[in-house]
Design a protein around this ligand. Structure first.
Ligand code: SAH
Length: 251
């Protein structure tokens, strides 16, 4: 059995109980060493064989899983955040299907959620934005033609940009064509880690501030007026509003 596990954003206490139990009892652990906090593996049992997938290609990862399976060993495949977001676990699951190897997926706290927590903000403010776009800049992985940043930006929704903090000059120039140039932006480096850093600004100055802070990778850029202070109060907790669980009162 192979268990794909979302290791969470960094803080080892943000690993799910289920994920931790599997890691702590696994015979073989393959973890994404470039981003997974090694402390997540601190409870691994003695004798567990640990591989860092940063130096392995897909065939090598699958070979380790195949070999372990043939010996009846339990494999924990540990991805950063949640594997469903830029985790590249689909291609591994498809190979396991071909090989007839059983697997399960244990979700994790994605870095975009740890980022909101670090900022103490809500992505979906009434009257501001009710939509969250998770995307990235085009790098070596091309963007599908209908998902260019400039097209996604037209909605002025809350936007969360992964993998791209090294391209902030270009990113903010594109976003300025669709959002107000003074739209607030925050960059969170290593959300939930001990060396977490937060840089705030707007679309005109964020690139230079992030450069000055020496941030080049492992950061998320979040854009939108949800970072500001103007919004409507929610209907959910509006005292005059009747919900399934509560009758509204009149003032
Ligand atoms: N599956 C992961 C994302 C993997 S892609 C998740 O759910 O979070 C790797 C990118 O995620 C990094 O380039 C960075 O943009 C972002 N990232 C991962 N961990 C982060 C963290 N702790 N703080 C800020 N950004 C992070």
């Amino acid at each position: 059995m192979v268990s794909f596990i979302g290791a969470g954003p960094g803080d080892p206490e943000l690993l799910t109980i289920k994920g931790k139990k599997i890691i702590d009892s696994a015979d073989v652990i393959i973890y994404a060493g470039s981003l997974v906090n090694p402390q997540v593996l601190a409870g691994a049992k003695e004798g567990a064989v640990i591989y860092n997938s940063a130096t392995m290609h897909l065939d090598e990862v699958i070979d380790v899983m195949k070999d372990a399976e043939s010996k009846g060993l339990k494999v924990a495949r540990v991805h950063t955040g949640d594997p469903a977001i830029y985790g590249a676990h689909r291609e591994q699951m498809d190979r396991l299907d071909e090989l007839g190897i059983e697997y399960e997926v244990i979700p994790g706290v994605s870095s975009f959620l740890a980022t909101a927590a670090a900022l103490k903000k809500e992505y979906t403010l009434p009257g501001v934005s009710q939509t969250v776009i998770l995307t990235r800049m085009e790098g070596r992985t091309p963007m599908p033609p209908k998902e260019k940043l400039i097209d996604l930006a037209q909605h002025n929704a809350t936007m969360i940009i992964f993998l791209s903090v090294g391209m902030l000059d270009e990113m903010s120039a594109i976003l300025r064509q669709a959002y107000r140039p003074t739209t607030p932006v925050a960059v969170v480096y290593k959300a939930s880690w001990e060396d977490q850093k937060i840089v705030v600004g707007d679309l005109t100055n964020i690139a230079e501030r992030v450069k000055a802070a020496g941030i080049h990778k492992t950061a998320l850029t979040v854009v939108g007026d949800f970072l500001g202070d103007e919004y409507e109060l929610s209907k959910l907790y509006d005292k005059t509003f009747t919900t399934e669980f509560r009758k509204g009162v009149t003032d």
